[in-house]
Design a protein around this ligand. Structure first.
Ligand code: SAH
Ligand code: SF4
Length: 350
C-alpha cells in the first residue's frame, strides 16, 4: 500500500501520471488531503469513480492505527498509536479555552536520553520515527478538528523521544507542519534535552520555530544526577550553544524546569539559575513534576515554586508555572509510558 501522506506533490503527480491521470488531479487530491483534510478517499468529491476506486485499493491515508484513546476531564485527548511494526507511541491534543488547539507529538518510540524522572526515558529507546510518522500525529488531530469546524493551531515536539536525536526527520516534519498544514512557525515548539551540535545546527535553519531547552538544574552536579546527557554536554557547553542560538536568530529560548520537591527547587538552585540566565533573552517554564513509576520524588509544593520564581525575578529572569493538563489520564509531561504499558492489554497490542 502506498501511504498518500508520504508523498510530496511531485511524487503524487508522478504516481498519477503513471496511472494515466491528467496533471491537475494531483493538485485536486493534495487539496483534499491538506486543505479539506478528509479522512477517506471517498470524500474526495470531484474525482472520477474509477480513480477513487484505484486510490482505495492501492493507497492508504496514513499508517498510524489508533490503539487506544482517552479523554481527560479538562478535554485533553491522549491517543496511543500502533505503528506498522507494532511499536506504540503517544500523541496528545490539548484544548484551551481560547482558540488554541495544541498537539503534543512524539519523535521516537522510547528515548535514549534516560532522564531519571521521565517515563519515556525509563522505558529506553526502541527506534526513531520517520518524518511522516511524526507529521501524521499532528495531521490526524488536525483532521478530527476540521470535522468539528476547528483548526489545529499549535504543535509542540514534547511527546516521547528527543527530537534532536532524530534531527532530520523532526525537521522535515516541522517544515511539513508549516507548508502542508499551514501552521505558523511561531506556533511550533521543538523541545530538546540539550544536544549541543543540533542546537547550533538548528540556529542556522532560518526558521522562526520556538526552541525549548530542558534545563532542570543549574549546576553540573545536580544536572548530572537528573539528566545523564549532561555528562556529554555539560552546562557550560550547553549555555554557550544557547547564547550562539540567540545571537544568530534573535529569538528567545524557553527553559523548561521540572520542579522536583527538595531536589531542584532549592534557593541555591534558584540562585544558580538566576546567575546562569541573567541578562539572557529567555523565559523559564516551571512544570511541577508529574508522577512516574520509576522515580520516587514528588512535585514541589506551590510555596516552594513561588519562592523559586521570586528568587529568579531577583535576577530579572521571568518564569511562569505551567498549568498541568491531562494528569488524570497520564497525558502530562513525562507520563506517556504508563499508558503504553497498559496498552499491552489491548487486543492486538504489541
Ligand atoms: N525530549 C525532549 C522533549 C520531550 S520531553 C525534552 O526532554 O525536552 C518534554 C518535557 O517534559 C521536557 O522538558 C521534559 O524534561 C519534561 N518531563 C519529562 N518527564 C517529566 C515529568 N515526569 N514531569 C514533568 N515534566 C517532565
Ligand atoms: Fe527523553 Fe525528553 Fe524524557 Fe529526557 S525528558 S528521557 S530527553 S523524552
Amino acid at each position: 500500500m502506498i501511504n498518500l501522506y508520504e508523498l510530496d506533490l511531485d511524487a503524487l503527480g508522478k504516481l498519477l501520471a503513471e496511472w494515466g491521470e491528467p496533471r491537475f488531479r494531483a493538485k485536486q487530491i493534495w487539496s483534499w488531503l491538506y486543505e479539506h483534510r478528509v479522512s477517506a478517499v471517498s470524500q474526495m468529491k470531484n474525482l472520477p469513480r474509477t480513480l477513487i476506486e484505484r486510490l482505495e485499493s492501492e493507497t492508504q491515508l496514513g499508517t498510524l492505527q489508533v490503539a487506544a484513546e482517552e479523554v481527560s476531564a479538562d478535554g485533553t485527548v491522549k491517543r496511543l498509536y500502533r505503528l506498522r511494526d507494532g511499536q506504540l507511541i503517544e500523541a496528545v491534543l490539548m484544548i484551551y479555552d481560547d482558540d488554541r488547539r495544541t498537539a503534543c507529538i512524539s519523535t521516537q518510540a522510547g528515548c535514549a536520553m534516560g532522564c531519571v524522572f521521565c517515563a519515556t526515558g525509563q522505558m529506553g529507546f526502541a527506534r526513531h520515527l520517520t518524518a511522516t510518522e511524526i507529521f501524521e500525529q499532528a495531521l490526524l488531530f488536525a483532521r478530527d478538528l476540521e470535522g468539528q469546524g476547528e483548526r489545529l493551531s499549535n504543535v509542540v515536539f514534547m511527546g516521547m523521544g528527543e527530537p534532536f536525536h532524530n534531527y532530520e526527520a523532526a525537521l522535515v516534519a516541522v517544515r511539513r507542519l508549516m507548508d502542508d498544514l499551514g501552521i505558523g512557525a511561531r506556533h511550533i515548539t521543538v523541545s530538546t534535552v540539550g544536544l549541543v551540535p543540533q542546537i547550533l545546527r538548528f540556529a542556522d535553519e532560518g526558521l522562526q520555530v520556538k526552541l525549548a531547552i530542558s534545563l532542570h538544574a543549574a549546576t553540573d552536579e545536580e544536572r548530572d544526577v537528573l539528566l545523564p546527557v549532561n555528562k556529554r554536554w555539560p552546562l557550560e557547553k550547553l549555555m554557550e550553544a544557547c547564547h550562539t542560538y540567540i545571537e544568530k536568530t534573535g529569538r528567545r529560548i524557553s527553559f523548561e524546569w521540572t520542579a522536583i520537591q527538595g531536589e531542584n527547587d532549592t534557593l541555591e538552585q534558584a540562585q544558580a539559575l538566576g546567575k546562569l540566565l541573567k541578562g539572557m533573552l529567555c523565559h523559564v517554564n516551571i512544570i511541577p513534576l508529574n508522577p512516574t513509576g520509576g522515580f520516587e520524588l514528588g512535585p514541589s509544593a506551590t510555596e516552594r515554586i513561588d519562592r523559586f520564581a521570586a528568587a529568579l525575578a531577583g535576577y530579572g529572569v521571568t518564569a511562569t508555572v505551567r498549568v498541568r493538563r491531562g494528569i488524570d489520564i497520564n497525558a502530562g509531561c513525562g507520563q506517556l509510558k504508563s499508558a503504553v504499558i497498559r496498552s499491552r492489554d489491548i487486543p492486538g497490542g504489541a
